[in-house]
Design a protein around this ligand. Structure first.
Ligand SMILES: [Zn+2]
Length: 240
């Protein structure tokens, strides 16, 4: 029923592009539907310098605050537009810019360790691209060396880089998985992400207890035995 309702709302514009109605936009946001593995970026995404972006966002954010009726002359609010603009460009959305991709050095696997390596409980903070509120989660990453190894902290940095974009959890999971396969030159990569979406807990259905789990299994990890070995390691609860 829902499906038909949505289909009957489809409109095409003169260029034959899909026009989303307000209902469809709400539904897309609340169902967290993603449209592609790559973050949808415009061709001119990096033509403006960071400084110009900050100045532009500052103006727009000031307009949002003023529209909400806030008095920007108040000392406490005065610096907020600039602060938010800087935070967007230099911190929480800096992973949009490929220039900020962590440099990943690979090392020879001299000790010939050929079991899986698991780095679990990598904390990350991201933001839902449908509501621009936080996604807080843990990523668990595993790979089996194909002759190369990566510095452990680089796994954290790669997770962080992809998290620092407006995101959808499925896409975040796939982007990390595919990038690791590329840099490690192996298909044998697995990722599990367990995250809490503030757009689900603090608004909308207001469910404070649910978390969302997504997974990526490549190469050897598509084998049930390897997959369950990886998942078993995630159950270990070592206290340090
Ligand atoms: Zn959301």
């Amino acid at each position: 029923m829902k499906q038909n309702e949505t289909l009957s709302n489809i409109h095409l514009n003169e260029d034959n592009k899909l026009v989303l109605t307000e209902n469809m936009i709400d539904e897309m946001g609340d169902n967290h539907i993603l449209t592609s593995v790559d973050t949808p970026l415009r061709a001119d995404a990096f033509e403006l310098s960071d400084e110009k972006k900050i100045a532009k966002i500052e103006t727009h954010f000031r307009a949002i605050m003023e529209t909400l009726g806030l008095d920007l002359a108040d000392d406490s609010l005065n610096g907020t537009p600039k602060r938010v603009a800087k935070m967007y460009v230099k911190e929480i959305f800096q992973g949009l810019n490929p220039e900020n991709m962590p440099r990943v050095a690979l090392f020879e696997n001299k000790y010939k360790y050929n079991e899986m390596l698991v780095e679990k409980n990598i904390s990350f903070y991201s933001n839902c691209e449908h509501h621009f509120v936080p996604i807080i989660g843990k990523a668990h990453v595993a790979y089996i060396s194909n002759g190369k190894v990566i510095g452990l902290s680089k796994l954290n940095r790669l997770v962080d880089y992809f998290a620092k974009r407006p995101q959808v959890q499925e896409r975040l999971t796939m982007q990390i998985g595919k990038k690791l396969q590329e840099v490690l030159e192996t298909e044998d990569v697995a990722i599990v992400i367990d995250a809490k979406h503030l757009c689900v807990s603090s608004r909308g259905v207001k469910d404070d207890t649910s978390t969302t789990i997504t997974a990526f299994y490549g190469g050897a990890f598509t084998d049930e035995k390897k997959k369950s070995e990886f998942l078993k390691y995630l159950e270990f609860n070592t206290k340090f």
